[in-house]
Design a protein around this ligand. Structure first.
Ligand SMILES: NC(=O)C1=CN([C@@H]2O[C@H](COP(=O)(O)OP(=O)(O)OC[C@H]3O[C@@H](n4cnc5c(N)ncnc54)[C@H](OP(=O)(O)O)[C@@H]3O)[C@@H](O)[C@H]2O)C=CC1
Ligand SMILES: O=C(O)C1=N[C@H](C(=O)O)C[C@H](O)C1
Length: 271
């Protein structure tokens, strides 16, 4: 089979550059285009040079439509607004759309789900093997420990991150809620300030730290009477996310349209 042709949207960003490096290093894939927004300082630059792997003969452009029409898939780590637009274009082109963008709200998620009627979409708040395995462990622990153990999710990221809680924290919260058989939205506590009163029984708490160059650190604490279990993940580089995204694209190639997660890609979904 010929190499899967992948468009990297947001090709000049932190993840965009990591994606170009991962595609360059992996078998069965090639960068067919790099896209940034009109006016971006990255326009016209070679994607490979920008990512530090040497020239690949692909200049960054700002028109996604022709790029999508000539590709098999899109890797998208941009912003919620841009991702909704790209999902529409991926649906028109009937190609694979791997979405790593976090911070999407209910309206954006609904638009992405609608696009998945025509595009094969894999969306996850974290594309690494380690975090997705951690999610499965959290689900299992929450199920086994039951409501006597309070669940708190802590995360720390670099100073540039714009959304909170992180997509990963929410993914882990969702797995904990599923393990407990409760609805996350109805039980999550996302901030505490002032006289908060005692902890609401059965809630799942989130704590957010931001600073420096931290790539991504997450802890899920199960706090019971007299003992605590802490499950954690530390991302040491962005390659783990980028390789996961490429793996997702290859998994989705040739599949019917639909909305999938990394748990589907890794075969650890609890269905
Ligand atoms: N799921 C996962 O495994 C991971 C998810 N992420 C998520 O990925 C996203 C990006 O993170 P990161 O790479 O650090 O952010 P960056 O800001 O470094 O990169 C985002 C890039 O997308 C570009 N962009 C934004 N809008 C458009 C548009 N309409 N058309 C083309 N390009 C656009 C930005 O350009 P400009 O600067 O001009 O806005 C920028 O170059 C975040 O939501 C983050 O949380 C990050 C790591 C792992
Ligand atoms: O913005 C980031 O950098 C990251 N975002 C994702 C998230 O919101 O969880 C994944 C990773 O932790 C890095």
């Amino acid at each position: 089979m010929s190499d899967m042709r992948l468009v990297v949207v947001g090709a000049g960003g932190r993840m965009g550059q990591a994606l170009v490096r991962a595609i360059h290093d992996m078998e069965g894939v090639a960068v067919s285009a790099g896209v940034e927004r009109p006016g971006s300082p990255h326009l016209g630059r070679d994607v490979g040079e920008l990512a530090g792997v040497g020239p690949l003969g692909v200049a960054i452009g700002c028109d996604p439509l022709p790029a999508f029409a000539a590709a098999d898939g899109v890797l998208d780590f941009t912003s919620p607004k841009a991702t909704v637009e790209f999902a529409g274009y991926a649906a028109q082109a009937r190609i694979v759309h791997v979405i790593g963008t976090t911070g999407c709200g209910p309206d954006e998620d609904a638009a992405i789900a609608a696009a998945a009627r025509h595009a094969t979409i894999v969306k996850s708040g974290n594309m690494s093997l380690g975090v997705n395995l951690l999610g499965a462990l959290v689900r299992q622990a929450a199920r086994a420990l039951g409501p006597d153990f309070d669940i708190e999710i802590l995360e720390m990221h670099h100073r540039h991150k714009v959304d909170a809680p992180s997509g990963t924290a929410l993914l882990l919260g969702e797995q904990a809620a599923q393990g407990r058989g409760i609805d996350l939205a109805e039980h999550s506590v996302r901030s505490r300030d002032g006289h908060t009163g005692p902890r609401p029984e059965g809630s799942i708490g989130f704590a957010t730290l931001r600073g420096g160059s931290v790539i991504g650190e997450h802890e899920v604490v199960f706090a019971g009477e007299g003992e605590r279990i802490v499950l954690s993940h530390i991302a040491e580089n962005r390659t783990i996310f980028a390789r996961g995204a490429v793996r997702a694209a290859l998994w989705a190639r040739g599949r019917k349209p639909g909305l999938f997660s990394m748990l589907d890609v890794l075969g650890i979904a609890d269905r």
